[in-house]
Ligand binder design. Structure first.
Ligand SMILES: [Cu+2]
Length: 161
């Protein structure tokens, strides 16, 4: 099909197309996420092995100190100051700093991402200002916390890794 006069030009065009395709593929690398739920159900083995490989390249001693095991949550104006907490697996100390004078709050921790999971511990309901502490043994996973008085507005998650 190609004659001598146009070959080099077409090769150059072909390289540009190849680069464009490569770039498009790189940009679309995250496209698999949209079907992650389906993939997880059909191929659990592939999903389970993928995350463990990058983790092995991280230096082990630094991962333990990456997330704190002592966290402070401030309750002010009937809201917690944080919605997403991270902690290292093991003994996790959660301090609740209730700054709302005369308003009772507490900190109630559940396993899983909602307060429908198993209750792991809670502080007493006490009016502020008061500082309470809750010490829990948490394995890697997802947890949630609420104030039992204001469970719809004072709630969040804890990621333990
Ligand atoms: Cu509250």
């Amino acid at each position: 099909m190609l004659n001598g006069k146009t070959t080099s030009h077409r090769v150059a065009q072909g390289m540009l197309v190849a680069l464009a395709v490569t770039a498009a593929m790189a940009c679309g690398g995250g496209g698999g996420e949209k079907s992650a739920g389906d993939d997880g159900a059909k191929a659990p083995a592939a999903a389970a092995t993928a995350p463990s490989q990058p983790a092995s390249t991280v230096a082990a001693p630094t991962t333990a100190s990456a997330a704190p095991s002592s966290l402070v949550l401030v309750a002010s104006n009937i809201l917690f100051d944080k919605k997403d907490l991270s902690a290292a697996a093991g003994t996790v100390t959660l301090d609740l700093d209730n700054q709302d004078a005369g308003v009772p709050h507490n900190l109630h921790v559940f396993s899983g991402t909602s307060a429908t999971g198993a209750s792991l511990g809670a502080t007493a309901l006490e009016a502020g200002p008061i500082r309470q502490s809750l010490k829990l043994e948490l394995a890697k996973g997802q947890y949630s916390f609420v104030c039992d008085v204001h469970p719809t507005t004072m709630t969040g998650t804890i990621t333990v890794g």
